[in-house]
Design a binder for this molecule. Structure first.
Ligand code: DC
Length: 233
């Protein structure tokens, strides 16, 4: 059967990664979390003294950009991938609230985006990739055969994220999570470089009232339909 790329975009905490993982597992494709790459750059900046009082030393980051190596290491035991930053497993660290709070300092920088987009495009060259993010259907894979754009009501998203973080033992409040989501929504949609927008040919899915299984079946229906169509010349 022919292989395709699937682009999943949407606001933060919309269940993109859950769906992307389910689809990748079902199809035997590779799941790539592009947000993890922006989070890794944010962590790098924080650890190298490039963020002071909430302000990014942009020139300092650009000088070091060439030496920044981000890749994913697949663990066959868990069937999950860990984000590796210059050879170090940072998968757990990049999910913390302080990295979430700093990521929109680095994600609007065009040079950062250019570097990560190039890496992401390379990962999708052979097809068979499910990638989630903000600009996958618009910038990274504008020719993706299936594009999904996920939304959910803000209060539903905040509660999901809060429960996820608390389950991991993070000492956060619902108000903090709501505030972080609100700020990132604004930053993601208003930045100049590759802002979050729904591609004209993307299928919108509002999953506020859907279970993970209902959402999966809906998305898979779209994928199966496309796989049954003849490939474009
Ligand atoms: O999906 P996430 O919440 O882990 O993403 C972290 C941040 O990275 C998010 O605030 C926006 C940014 N991001 C981006 O600008 N482009 C992407 N393709 C993915 C994420």
């Amino acid at each position: 059967m022919r292989r395709i790329n699937i682009a999943i975009d949407g606001f933060s905490s919309c269940g993109k990664s859950t769906l992307a993982r389910q689809l990748a597992q079902h199809l035997g494709y590779t799941y790539i979390d592009s947000g993890a790459m922006y989070r890794a750059v944010a962590l790098y900046a924080m650890e190298h003294g490039l963020v002071k009082d909430g302000v990014l030393d942009r020139d300092g980051l650009l000088e070091r950009l060439g030496g920044l190596d981000i890749r994913f290491k697949h663990d066959p035991l868990t069937d999950r991938s860990a984000t590796m930053l210059n050879g170090r497993d940072v998968e757990h660290r990049i999910r913390s609230m302080d990295v979430s709070d700093h990521v929109t300092l680095v994600s609007p920088v065009p040079e950062v985006r250019a570097k990560l987009v190039q890496l992401q495009q390379r990962m999708g060259r052979e097809k068979g990739v499910v990638m989630d993010g903000r600009d996958i259907g618009t910038v990274v894979f504008p020719d993706a055969e299936v594009k999904l754009f996920m939304t959910a009501r803000p209060e539903v998203r905040a509660l999901r994220r809060y429960q996820e973080l608390r389950a991991k033992g993070a000492p956060v409040t619902l108000a903090e999570v709501e505030d972080n989501i609100r700020r990132r929504d604004l930053d993601d949609t208003t930045r100049k470089a590759d802002p979050l927008t729904q591609a004209a040919d993307a299928i919108g899915i509002d999953n506020s009232d859907l279970t993970a299984l209902e959402q999966f079946n809906l998305a898979l229906g779209h994928v199966v339909k496309v796989l049954g169509e003849p490939a474009e010349a």
